[in-house]
Structure formats: structure tokens, C-alpha cells
Ligand binder design. Sequence first.
Ligand code: ADP
Length: 169
Amino acid sequence: MTRITLVQGDITRQSVDAIVNAANSSLLGGGGVDGAIHRRGGPAILADCRKLRASHYGKGLPTGQAVATTAGDLDAQWVIHTVGPVHSPSLDRSELLASCYRESLKRADELGARTVAFPAISTGIYGWPMDDGARIAVETVRDADTAVEEVRFVLFDERAYEAFARQLP
Ligand code: ADP
């Protein structure tokens, strides 16, 4: 059974095996969590991302997929980059958001990571409503078939923390 825990704070300050990044498909950095991870993790992460762009992901990482790099100076072994969907009021992209959590946990299992920190993917710049993003995150992790022992959702503010807390018993 995977234990789900909630923390309010900055994901770049977590000590875990793997930190998940809400990246964009370029893998070359951006705002929000992505910017914070590259700033605190240092240039080694970007160097790995550039290698991925030069090899397997020439066109970038597709939405809903996940890929791991070094965690550089972060207190973790790996950063798992995943690309959330931009929220659309007319199209249901929930399955892509769920896929981010599932695929990230698959990469974690392949690496042997036992503790994984996730941000609330897509709920920032990509505009996903927080309550629905929290529901999809918690349901997907709960239903995942994974050897990860702890999934820690790291929520930046109280509003996000409360939204996730409402999804847990
Ligand atoms: P996306 O483009 O997937 O929406 P963002 O990084 O813009 O990604 O936002 C995702 C969520 O992460 C938002 O809820 C945002 O408030 C939160 N966030 C931003 N910075 C951090 C951080 N350093 N640690 C944890 N969560 C963060």
C-alpha cells in the first residue's frame, strides 16, 4: 500500500528519492515549479534535459509522459519531469493529467524510488481548477499499481493544501 501524505511548502526543499517536476514539453525550463527546480537544482538538471532533447525526445516530451534526470543539488536522487495538459473548458483532458501521475510512478518504480514528491500538476500556469486537479491526483495515485511507499503531495499554499486534504479520508 502506498502511503499518501500532504505537506504545505516548497517542493525543492523536500528530502525524497524523486521529485516530480511539472515541466513543459521543451524540457528546457519554465516558470512555477519548473523554474524553482532548475534554480535550486543547478545546471546538471538542464544538462540532462538537453541530452534527452538531443536523443529520445527531439520534439520534446509529449503531454502525459514522464522522464527522469539527475536531481543535481536537490536533496533527491532524481527529478522526474512530466508534462501536464493545459486545462481546456471545452475538452476533457483529465486522462492526460492522470497519465502524468501514473507515468511518473512508473519511472519511479523503474528507478527503485520509494519516496516521491509531487506538485499539483497543471494547477498553476496551465490553469487546471485546484479541486479537480486534487481529485485526479489522489484518485490516480490511490489506484496505481506501484512499489512506491510514500507519495508526498507538496502544496504551495493553503488553498492547494485544503483541496488535497478534502480528497483524503
Ligand atoms: P503547471 O504549468 O503544470 O500548471 P506550475 O508550476 O505553474 O505548473 O504550477 C503547478 C502547481 O505548483 C501550482 O499549484 C503552483 O502554485 C505550485 N507551485 C509553484 N511553485 C512551487 C514550489 N516551489 N513547490 C511546490 N509547488 C509549487
